[in-house]
Design a binder for this molecule. Structure first.
Ligand SMILES: [Zn+2]
Length: 273
């Protein structure tokens, strides 16, 4: 599932390709992909809009338009691919095609069909219709003081569940959360109230470093993720615990897997307290 670094990678790749381009009428191969407004209204409202820049909040990709904002959430298996020819990229699970005036196009495909698109009139409607329960972007909008303040409101939460909670802060998913907790030596089940100030600061630095490293390496590639040009990220080769059940941690202890917050969770029982 794409997490913040994968969405940020897509944002950085797409921005120079699509900025200044004007949408032609879209083709809805699967209209239920459009969450808001009604699909028949979406098409008329999107056509004629020009892309000003690309933003992001957590895992939401935001196309800032001259009249509104197009928001995209890829969920489990969503994929956005740009083609200069405008032709579909040969994806089997094409859901929405977004052609531009002049011939190029963006194509949204999604095997599992959980991904969604929204078209809203501006920032207020974006908050109301799309980001109502979504916290600040954990990479861009949370500094150390804010992080500590947010932790203060969630004293009873356990770390794995907390970092996965997009209402706490937006962007972390299963892979980067496990890697982050390994980096700072904290057990996924630790309760926030048990953290010292030093541990809270290490957790903060670990969040930032794991996301920055993920972005630097173009994201993590598993079964379904491709970045916008169809290339593969390579952060998976740098994962220390995720997906490494039974492999040996540098400390000599086998990596274990448990279930935490309903998700498969990898950790080193010796390094993470
Ligand atoms: Zn270890």
């Amino acid at each position: 599932m794409p997490e913040l670094p994968e969405v940020e990678t897509i944002r950085r790749e797409l921005e120079p390709l699509v900025c200044g381009k004007t949408f032609a009428p879209p083709i809805l191969h699967m209209p239920s992909t459009i969450e808001y407004p009604e699909p028949e209204d979406f098409s008329g409202l999107l056509a004629g809009n020009t892309i000003v820049n690309l933003g992001r909040r957590g895992k939401y990709l935001l196309f800032n338009l001259d009249r509104g904002i197009l928001a995209v959430h890829l969920r489990m298996t969503g994929n956005l691919v740009y083609t200069a020819s405008g032709l579909p990229p040969g994806e089997r699970f094409l859901r929405v095609s977004l052609p531009f005036a002049g011939g190029s196009a963006l194509h949204y495909s999604d095997m599992r069909r959980f991904g969604r698109l929204w078209l809203v009139s501006g920032p207020d409607e974006l908050e109301e219709k799309v980001l109502k329960r979504i916290g600040p972007d954990i990479l861009e909008e949370v500094d150390l003081d804010k992080f500590v303040a947010l932790l203060g409101k969630r004293q009873r939460s356990r770390l794995k569940a907390l970092l996965l909670d997009q209402g706490f802060a937006a962007g972390m998913g299963n892979i980067y959360t496990d890697e982050c907790l390994f980096r700072c030596g904290l057990h996924p089940r630790r309760q926030v109230s048990s953290l010292s100030r030093k541990e809270a600061e290490e957790l903060y630095r670990s969040v930032k470093s794991v996301l920055a490293d993920g972005i630097e390496h173009g994201g993590t590639t598993f079964r379904d993720y491709r970045n916008a040009s169809g290339a593969l990220g390579d952060f998976q080769s740098r994962l220390a615990v995720y997906g490494r059940l039974g492999e040996t941690c540098p400390c000599g202890t086998p990596i274990e897997k448990t279930r935490e917050a309903g998700r498969g969770t990898y950790f080193c029982p010796r390094c993470q307290k």
